[in-house]
Design a binder for this molecule. Structure first.
Ligand SMILES: [Fe+2]
Length: 186
């Protein structure tokens, strides 16, 4: 189940029990409302296509052709790819670490989860919005938003990624170790 947990940016380290959220929501329409208030687009779409192991990226994109076209038409995204992680992926530890460092992008970060789950944490103003995204969740994080992503130690997800540039995923790392103070996927 998708879930939004909102934490204060500060006062985390003083709490012996670890970070305590001020709000936890798992009702999709309320998640959408709270994220929308902060400039983050969130929707739930059906994503029921069965993806067998070892599917090529083109096959995954073809299975979701209608959804891809709809998202591209809305946002004018030039580039689309599919990132798929499995618990035995040889680069899982390195990739997890890379995405766990707080960073920004010069463009919106648009993801449609079509399998599994991942944890997006959005650092906006004095809040950190920890957003558990699952199959069927479409999230759009505006350019310049500080954030990180946790795929967990045994990742299992597939997300379609939409880009406004031909290079695909390009990040500016903030150098802030803030992500270490907040909950991980596992
Ligand atoms: Fe990112």
């Amino acid at each position: 189940m998708s879930r939004l947990s909102i934490f204060p940016e500060r006062s985390i380290t003083e709490d012996a029990d670890g970070p305590q959220p001020v709000l936890v929501i798992d009702e999709p329409k309320r998640i959408q409302l709270e994220l929308d208030r902060r400039g983050i687009a969130f929707e739930q779409w059906p994503a029921a296509k069965a993806l067998t192991q070892g599917l090529e990226q083109d096959t995954i994109l073809a299975a979701y052709q209608a959804e891809v076209a709809r998202i591209q038409a809305k946002g004018g995204y030039q580039t689309v790819d599919a990132i798929r992680m499995t618990p035995d992926h040889p680069d899982r530890d390195a990739l997890r670490l890379k995405f766990l460092s707080e960073h920004t992008h010069a463009e919106d970060e648009v993801r449609f989860f079509v399998e599994g789950q991942g944890l997006f944490s959005l650092h906006i103003g004095a809040e950190v919005l920890v957003t558990l995204c699952e199959r069927g969740d479409l999230i759009s994080v505006p350019a310049g938003t500080r954030h990180w992503f946790d795929m967990g130690h045994a990742p299992c997800f597939c997300a379609l990624r939409f880009f406004n540039n031909p290079q695909g995923w390009v990040a500016d790392f903030t150098g802030d170790a803030i992500s270490s103070r907040f909950p991980r996927l596992d």
